[in-house]
Design a protein around this ligand. Structure first.
Ligand SMILES: O=C(O)C(=O)[C@@H](O)CO
Ligand SMILES: [Mg+2]
Length: 248
């Protein structure tokens, strides 16, 4: 298995370029982030070049304080598309492969139609990059528009863009739907990126209710050879949390 360090949670005590260097030193094969916009794009691009690590993904901005994305919010299309443009520009400057378009807190048919239209826009502007959508669990993100992989799969089919893919975060999927191994297998053709953390504490992927040694075997059997996002919250120093990595 290859792993990508999620720098939204790992090495958050340092600036993004230094976190990229720390990920390289720790043996990760890639990095990904959440919202890199406060970090100078040239410094980030330079750290990526220097380390040779690819940046796999970044998120669109969440919006105003208390919001969690804009793309499913009816009436907020201009802001949502500005956030998509900003994310794609940052991705282009850092050669980042994917942009996660965040839906936001919304429900109902109008939210669904708004999200689908904004995703069409994002896919059309992406210039070869992947656009990701990620179901989030209702404990951490109550009221978030996208909760289930089944809902995401239907949206991907409806939008019909070849570069729209599912971010399959095993942590969220286990909390909301369970049956992670079977869902990975069934949804494989739609999956653009996989993330992991223990359940329910969102710690290192080596304990808790999901048996990750089994998940690694499943992914190996399915031929998954891309880096898996280590998107967990270390309880202390990130370097001290990495014992799980050498044990995989
Ligand atoms: O929370 C997650 O899981 C993520 O991947 C974030 O990027 C989006 O909230
Ligand atoms: Mg995630």
């Amino acid at each position: 298995m290859k792993f990508s360090a999620n720098l939204g949670f790992l090495w958050t005590d340092r600036a993004l370029p230094d976190a990229i260097r720390a990920a390289k030193a720790a043996g990760f094969e890639a990095v990904e982030c959440h919202w890199p916009y406060d970090h100078d794009v040239d410094a980030v691009a330079s750290a990526l070049r220097q380390t040779g690590l690819p940046m796999l993904g970044l998120n669109t901005r969440r919006g105003q304080p208390g919001e969690n994305g804009l793309s499913a919010l009816p009436g907020r299309e201009d802001e949502a598309r500005a956030a998509i443009d900003e994310a794609l520009a940052y991705a282009k400057a850092t050669d980042t492969g994917a942009v996660h378009v965040m839906a936001g807190f919304a429900q109902g048919a109008d939210a669904h139609a708004t999200f689908a239209e904004n995703l069409r826009y994002a896919c059309g502007q992406a210039e070869g990059r992947t656009i990701l959508i990620e179901p989030l669990n209702g404990y951490d993100a109550p009221g978030y528009f996208l909760n289930r992989t089944t809902q995401a799969a239907a949206l991907i089919e409806e939008v019909g863009a070849p570069n729209l893919r599912l971010m399959f975060d095993c942590y969220h999927v286990q909390l909301t739907e369970g049956d992670v191994a079977r869902r990975l297998e069934k949804l494989l053709p739609l999956i653009g990126h996989i993330q992991v953390a223990s359940i329910p504490d969102r710690g290192t992927p080596d304990h808790g209710e999901l048996n990750y040694p089994h998940i690694w075997q499943v992914l190996d059997r399915l031929g998954w050879d891309r880096p898996i996002g280590a998107e967990y919250k270390p309880t202390g120093d990130t370097d001290a949390s990495l014992r799980w990595l050498s044990a995989v």
